[in-house]
Design a protein around this ligand. Structure first.
Ligand SMILES: [Fe+2]
Length: 242
């Protein structure tokens, strides 16, 4: 990201960049130092997911950060928030939201329970609203994207590490992609050295995972919107990093 993101933002004409950073620290969690490095590399805001607490030191950092959010539907006593408002390159305020899915995940509060209030809180502060929905099941991500159609600018699915081919603008003007994919080594099993992931599956025994290194790509999605925050275009991004 440090090598490629600044030029990539320019090539794509991107005025704002959100990075899901939940597995930045050797494939699990995020540390304050790595969060700062991603922000310095050109990310305007960072989102997280189910691995948010893998590095304990991120807790106090989340409490004080105005650019790094964790899923809003975690235990209310946990550090951090699920909403940040950050200015884009031209000064336009952009609200960034993070929610975690319910299906096949351990999630304390249903995203559907908190969605309306969260979106309303965001819209009171910004016309452009970006939601990272960190979830496993494609059905849940498609359903939630449809539920907020016309109320947010874009819903980016994350968590599966596999980019889906359904980047679209829905009828109400909300862009959506079920999964934005993985920035990392694709010569792997979703980022992990293939032989280690396969051995764990074959034996059912604990095998320590290590990140792979080959076939690195930046993956994501590019959304264009108008001043009202209505999406005009949405396309998947896949960029090899030599
Ligand atoms: Fe995840």
């Amino acid at each position: 990201m440090e090598e490629r993101l600044p030029a990539l933002k320019e090539e794509l004409g991107a005025g704002f960049c959100v990075v899901n950073a939940e597995n930045t620290a050797d494939g699990a969690g995020l540390t304050p130092r790595l969060a700062d490095r991603l922000l310095a590399a050109g990310a305007d805001a960072l989102t997280l997911g189910n691995h948010v607490w893998r590095r304990k030191e991120i807790g106090p950092y989340l409490d004080s950060s105005d650019r790094v959010v964790r899923p809003a539907n975690l235990a209310s006593s946990s550090p951090g928030r699920g909403l940040a408002v950050v200015p884009a390159a031209d000064g336009t305020p952009v609200a960034v939201l993070n929610l975690q899915g319910l299906l096949f995940m351990s999630t304390p509060i249903s995203p559907f329970e908190v969605l309306d209030a969260l979106v309303e809180e965001a819209r009171a502060q910004a016309r452009i609203v970006l939601l990272d929905f960190h979830a496993e099941a494609t059905s849940e991500k498609v359903a939630l994207s449809r539920l907020v159609d016309g109320r947010v600018t874009a819903v980016f699915g994350t968590h599966t590490h596999v980019q889906t081919s359904d980047a679209r603008v829905q009828p109400g003007g909300t862009a959506a992609i079920t999964d934005a994919g993985m920035t990392g080594p694709h010569d792997s099993v979703i980022g992990v050295k293939a032989e280690l992931a396969i051995r764990r599956m074959q034996t059912g025994m604990g095998v320590r995972f290590e990140p792979a290194s080959g076939g690195v790509r930046i993956e994501g999605a590019l959304v264009e919107c108008d001043a009202e925050g209505r999406a005009l275009t949405c396309e998947a991004v896949r960029v090899p990093v030599p």
